[in-house]
Design a protein around this ligand. Structure first.
Ligand SMILES: Nc1nc2c(ncn2[C@@H]2O[C@H](COP(=O)(O)OP(=O)(O)OP(=O)(O)O)[C@@H](O)[C@H]2O)c(=O)[nH]1
Ligand SMILES: [Mg+2]
Length: 323
């Protein structure tokens, strides 16, 4: 057991105990370990998985500057007013290689809650590795869940594939657009129509709000879904307008997921996806180490001298990998 400079143990098990007891520094450290990936993340998961009772996750995504953080801030306040227990925000930035210090703006904006012991805000950034955030985020959610946080917001910046993957991997996904030309179309192009459970047209104090709502409705009606019909809600996050309606819509979607069993089904599907990602990464790691072996060189030489075709060679090596 190693002991940190401030006398805190840095062993995951002890960090978990003190984090569950309300120690925020331990929680932050535990999340850093989860973010690091590899063996240490695996150890964290072994500890938190059995203790994760099923925190509810809400994804907030949409174009840069749409008002996601302001809106999340409003939702934190709504949750605190309604006494739902502790609440956390994971602010995820797939484009930034920095960690911890990323999204300073969000931190500043959410400063109101800095003194509230029941609110925990954490920035997470990509460390460059493939699928890194897609694995780090669900593990971070489990850590928060295991220490007793029942509600986690996951804010992602941008509208690329990673954002869709990360924000879409939540129980309720809120897609935030703004009035004006093209925002709704961009969202549709990015594949957000499929993952959105609730649409918000934020900055409804601006011109074109009604048109943006109608655009979204039209696009949704063109690809109708069975069951849940995503509502389109106008908000003015900077003034807290429409937040009550958004909060209620999240609650209705949650009830829908619970009543239909779709929530459990989706959770199962997300776990499968996670397992698959880990599996593929393990295979890649093993392939990486195999490619340094004499066996690899031998097979490669056969291919280079045209005695063995690449398909057959790969098949042989894959069989080696399985052993
Ligand atoms: N007029 C108007 N401005 C708003 C509204 N909501 C947020 N803003 C402003 O829009 C700007 C961006 O808000 P953020 O909450 O940082 O948006 P974001 O989507 O989190 O931005 P990124 O995380 O950088 O993508 C800020 O200056 C907000 O004050 C609104 O309803 N109306
Ligand atoms: Mg933001």
């Amino acid at each position: 057991v190693s002991v940190g400079s401030r006398g805190r143990s840095s062993a995951p098990a002890e960090l978990l105990d003190s984090a569950a007891g309300g120690d925020r520094v331990s929680l932050a450290r535990l999340l850093s370990l989860a973010e690091r990936g590899g063996d240490v993340a695996r150890e964290v998961d072994r500890l938190v998985f059995p203790r994760a009772a099923g925190a509810y996750t809400v994804g907030m995504t949409g174009s840069p500057g749409a008002g996601k953080s302001t809106l999340t801030d409003c939702l934190i306040r709504a949750s605190r007013d309604r006494d739902v227990g502790r609440v956390a925000v994971l602010a995820v930035d797939p484009s930034s290689p920095l960690s911890g210090g990323a999204l300073l703006g969000d931190r500043v904006r959410m400063q109101d809650h800095a003194l509230d012991e029941g609110v925990f805000i954490r920035s997470m950034a990509s460390r460059g590795q493939l699928g890194g955030l897609s694995l780090a985020v669900p593990l971070a959610v489990r850590v928060l869940d295991a220490v007793g946080v029942p509600l986690v917001f996951v804010e992602t910046v941008g509208v690329g594939q990673i954002e869709v993957d990360v924000a879409g991997a939540t129980d309720t996904t809120v897609v935030v657009v703004t009035p004006g030309w093209g925002d709704a179309v961009q969202a549709a192009k990015a594949g957000l129509l499929e993952v959105a459970d609730i649409f918000v047209v934020n900055k409804a104090d601006r011109a074109g709000t009604r048109e943006a709502e109608l655009d979204l409705r039209r696009m949704l009606d063109m690809s109708p879904r069975e069951g849940w019909d995503p509502p389109v809600l106008p908000t003015v996050a900077s003034r807290g307008e429409g937040v009550g309606e958004l909060w209620d819509a999240i609650g209705r979607h949650r009830e829908y997921l619970e009543e239909t069993g779709l929530g459990a089904e989706r959770r199962g599907a997300r776990l499968e996806r996670e397992m698959r990602l880990i599996f593929v990464r393990m295979l890649e790691e093993r392939a990486e180490s195999l490619s340094a072996s004499p066996e690899w060189q031998r097979v490669l030489e056969e291919v280079r001298s045209h005695r063995l075709e690449p398909y057959q060679a790969a098949l042989m090596l894959a069989e080696d990998l399985g052993r």
